[in-house]
Design a protein around this ligand. Structure first.
Ligand code: CIR
Length: 268
């Protein structure tokens, strides 16, 4: 077991959103459209929520909007730090209507700030590792969007660094934090010269999509589709809980993108 785990998990909330009945019309950037079994997607999403609840988080599920195919991917809509929540202006115009419901949920826990036009930014492009924040410049997040994020976070002591992303949707398709001081990276999809200054594990090359892991306080939620990379993480002492996320993966979703974690403990 790695040092530094805090297993006191009370007072943590995971905001999720139901799978939209319109999911088949989701945005796609790198994948060809494939049939999605909505019932199976909902069952897998429910099991994912149970895995998060088992870790001691209170899951707060927002209702789906039938007019918003991608609304289950709440991560793209809000970024939360102990001091504020930032509601994004998503890069895909079809997703901008997702923001009011998520903003309302965030306003119960944090002062809400917004990314404003013309900047765009998806939460999937924002990787937070302590007070280091990496923001991916991608097909969804523009330099003006990243600059707004910097202006909002720097007053609280965060160091915001832009990272270019290639070959994948978001920065967090290519790199996620699996512990306070440990990243999981696919170096093919991200400028690793920025990220590899931090201690990191690389994905197994046969599992390029394996860099997205959801770090909870005492465990990591990880897709069952990537057993070789899972072995690498377990070898670093991480406790993994695997979930089948195959249906939402057809919509280019992964495990970080279906929740926004909010620490509501008094010290937050
Ligand atoms: C989209 O293209 O916006 C959705 N179909 C998938 C978003 C996945 N979000 C994420 O990885 N943060």
């Amino acid at each position: 077991m790695r040092a530094g785990y805090d297993v006191r998990v009370a007072d943590a909330v995971a905001v999720t959103r139901d799978v939209s009945p319109a999911l088949a019309a989701c945005e796609l950037t790198h994948l060809a459209r494939a049939p999605i079994d909505l019932d199976r997607a909902r069952a897998q999403h429910g099991a994912y929520e149970v895995a998060i609840a088992d870790a001691g988080y209170r899951v707060e599920r927002l209702p789906a909007d039938p007019g918003m195919p991608d609304c289950v991917f709440v991560e793209d809509i809000a970024i939360v730090v102990p001091e504020i929540a930032i509601v994004t202006r998503p890069g895909a115009a079809s997703r901008r209507g997702e923001t009011p419901a998520v903003a309302a949920a965030m306003s119960r826990y944090r002062t809400v700030r917004n990314i404003e036009a013309p900047g765009t930014l998806d939460g999937g492009d924002v990787l937070i590792a302590g007070h280091r924040v990496f923001v991916g410049i991608s097909s969804r997040t523009t330099p003006p969007g990243a600059a707004q994020l910097r202006r909002l976070l720097e007053p609280y002591g965060y160091d915001v660094t832009e990272v270019s992303v290639r070959g994948c949707l978001h920065l967090k398709s290519a790199a996620t934090a699996v512990a306070e001081d440990l990243l999981l990276i696919n170096p093919e999809w991200v400028d690793a010269t920025v990220l590899d200054r931090l201690d990191h594990v690389t994905v197994d090359p046969r599992e390029p999509s394996a860099a997205n892991a959801l770090r909870l306080r005492d465990r990591v939620i990880f897709p069952s589709a990537f057993p070789r990379t899972a072995e690498r993480l377990e070898a670093r002492g991480l406790r993994l809980v695997t979930v089948d996320a195959s249906e939402l993966a057809k919509a280019e979703g992964a495990v970080t993108c279906c929740c926004v974690l909010v620490d509501v403990s008094p010290q937050a």
